[in-house]
Design a binder for this molecule. Structure first.
Ligand code: ZN
Length: 366
């Protein structure tokens, strides 16, 4: 607890709302059962490299939340041997910041030229936490488009926004053609595009060209002569969307009172200024990809630059998505002016510390 300008305000608590939103997302694209394609049988390269399957504005908060599970066993590893996957995940999840961004519309585009061989529309954009899992392929994928490309390749675009599909079955599309928009349909509990790449009956990881469950070391084995060389199937990525990031910020801001984490995550509780007579002052931050042992520090500074409150915590469990709130409570009025808040997450031990994120937000109190 610190004092600033004669008033004492403590960070009342850091309401830890570990939102384990993601465990329920399962995709059944083309089922391949127990078939596994050894690395030596890696598919031939496609005619053309694939392009990122969505168009992200600078404020869309796009990130890759999950990769293809490359762990052959019951665990989950992404192609970089990181933890951005879950057991059996068969595609790449491109997440966007929140529902407000979804409603503005984020375009999903063809990763390569092809023919539309399946579409499904009409599924509501409702979290599966409310509706339960689907009981058919279309119910699971939600609104979706499947493209068939030359040479035995197919791509699936799932969880699209209801009514957003812009193609019909049999239509030829060019690479980059708009297919629809990112949504929340099917087995999805956060707005995202699930993208699966197939070669014949196999699920292929576009980051390595290797089949699902090949082992994450494939990506690191390019030079050892063992089997076919792993190769990234993506073409140029001007936006950096495809760069590997182990975690980061989803969103952060201020509210006049603490709010349900879902509201914060969905961008529903956000102030651009706070009244001086506000009974509460809450700074919140939502992050993804955090791991057990990560340390988090939230700080709030008053208009005079002095630290008003500070809190530190170390995560005790894994969390795909996290929402943190630091609430200041005291008798108004608050000193007017610009308040600054910071949120920092660090990973690692004494010898090497990795800064996962370090952000700052300002707000006016009037
Ligand atoms: Zn997925």
């Amino acid at each position: 607890m610190k004092s600033a300008g004669g008033w004492v305000r403590g960070l009342r608590d850091v309401a830890l709302l570990a939102v384990q939103l993601l465990a329920g997302e399962f995709l059944a694209g083309v089922l391949v059962g127990g078939i596994s394609l050894a690395a030596a049988q890696a598919p031939p390269p496609p005619d053309a490299k694939f392009q990122p399957p969505l168009i992200c504005g600078i404020d869309s908060g796009c990130r890759i939340q999950h990769y293809v599970d490359q762990d052959p066993g019951p665990g989950a590893r992404d192609y970089a041997c990181g933890h951005l996957s879950y057991d059996g995940h068969n595609g790449v999840d491109f997440a966007i910041a929140n529902l407000a961004v979804m409603q503005r519309g984020v375009d999903v585009v063809a990763a390569a030229a092809g023919v539309v061989t399946h579409i499904h529309d009409g599924e509501a954009d409702i979290s599966m936490d409310e509706t339960g899992p689907g009981d058919s392929i279309d119910g699971i994928n939600g609104n979706s488009v499947t493209l068939t490309h030359k040479g035995g390749w197919r791509s699936l675009y799932a969880h699209l926004r209801r009514g957003s599909l812009r193609v019909r079955t049999g239509q030829e599309v060019a690479a980059g053609a708009s297919l629809g928009q990112v949504g929340l349909s099917g087995n999805s509990n956060f707005p995202h595009l699930h993208f699966t790449l197939h070669y014949r009956d196999w699920i292929i990881d576009p980051f390595t060209g290797a089949p699902q469950a090949s082992g994450c070391a494939v990506a690191n084995d390019k030079q050892d002569g063992g089997g076919a060389a792993a190769q990234n199937l993506w073409g140029p990525d001007a936006t950096g969307l495809l760069a590997y990031r182990p975690g980061g910020l989803i969103d952060a801001g201020f509210t006049a009172a603490s709010a349900p984490s879902q509201d914060l995550l969905q961008g529903l509780a956000r102030e651009t200024a706070l009244p001086a007579d506000s009974p509460n002052f809450t700074f919140w931050a939502a992050a993804w990809g955090l791991r057990r042992g990560d340390s988090e520090t939230l700080r709030v500074y008053g208009p005079d630059g002095n630290l008003v409150g500070e809190t530190f915590d170390r995560l005790e469990q894994e969390g795909a998505l996290w929402v943190r709130q630091a609430s200041l409570q005291a008798s108004p009025p608050w000193p007017r002016g610009t308040y600054r808040a910071t949120y920092k997450v660090e990973r690692g031990g004494s010898d090497k510390t990795l800064v996962i994120l370090d952000i700052e937000r300002n707000i006016e109190v009037r």
